[in-house]
Design a protein around this ligand. Sequence first.
Ligand SMILES: CC(C)(COP(=O)(O)OP(=O)(O)OC[C@H]1O[C@@H](n2cnc3c(N)ncnc32)[C@H](O)[C@@H]1OP(=O)(O)O)[C@@H](O)C(=O)NCCC(=O)NCCS
Length: 185
Amino acid sequence: MSNIINPDKKDGVYFEEERLTQSHSIDDFDCEDPKINEFLKKDAIRYQRFNLAQTYVLIFRNDLVNERSIAGYYTLSAFGIKLPEEMEEQFRREEKYHKLQPAVLIGMLGRHKKHQGSRLGEDLVKLAIKRIIDLCKDIGIRFVVVHAHKKDHVVKMYNNVGFETIDDKGRDDTQTMILDLYQPD
Ligand SMILES: CC(C)(COP(=O)(O)OP(=O)(O)OC[C@H]1O[C@@H](n2cnc3c(N)ncnc32)[C@H](O)[C@@H]1OP(=O)(O)O)[C@@H](O)C(=O)NCCC(=O)NCCS
């Protein structure tokens, strides 16, 4: 999957991924989750400046009417994940044991409500995974991690692209889900 969705630009419409900059118009973004809206509008640029999270926006483009708007976004941060005991035991047997496994966190993810019903959320997750797999050439990354909202449609979205839930006692409103990037030869 390239970082353009609908690359043949049928009817002049396509989606293109870009790293967030000051020049993007973020004010109209609304994914109906106040925290995720607010992060994009108030914190994302500052997080980039302090190397805490990088934000990637998916731009909806309609060249016929010269429209350009943010359809969704996600953030990535370096992370370390402590695996549940049963998985840790397996890693220990295979001599791959580290207290924290190297990972990348998808910290925030939302799609604009005007694109509801398009499964754009799943596309955003796939774009994030593609970017992380590219990074694996330069640094060790074993897992992609997300603290998914405990809502059926959110957990299902991550399940659909291969994430599995792990037992993480103590989290009330989110469910930790991981994707193992290991590909046997
Ligand atoms: C989660 C999210 C990205 C999914 O977007 P999407 O893939 O474009 O979702 P779609 O609109 O295509 O809907 C896909 C399915 O989810 C359901 N769904 C979407 N939004 C929903 C909502 N707010 N409440 C309940 N169900 C919802 C749809 O009914 C559909 O169900 P189906 O599989 O039975 O047909 C989007 O709902 C969103 O941005 N939510 C707010 C932010 C958020 O929760 N982010 C996840 C953080 S971990």
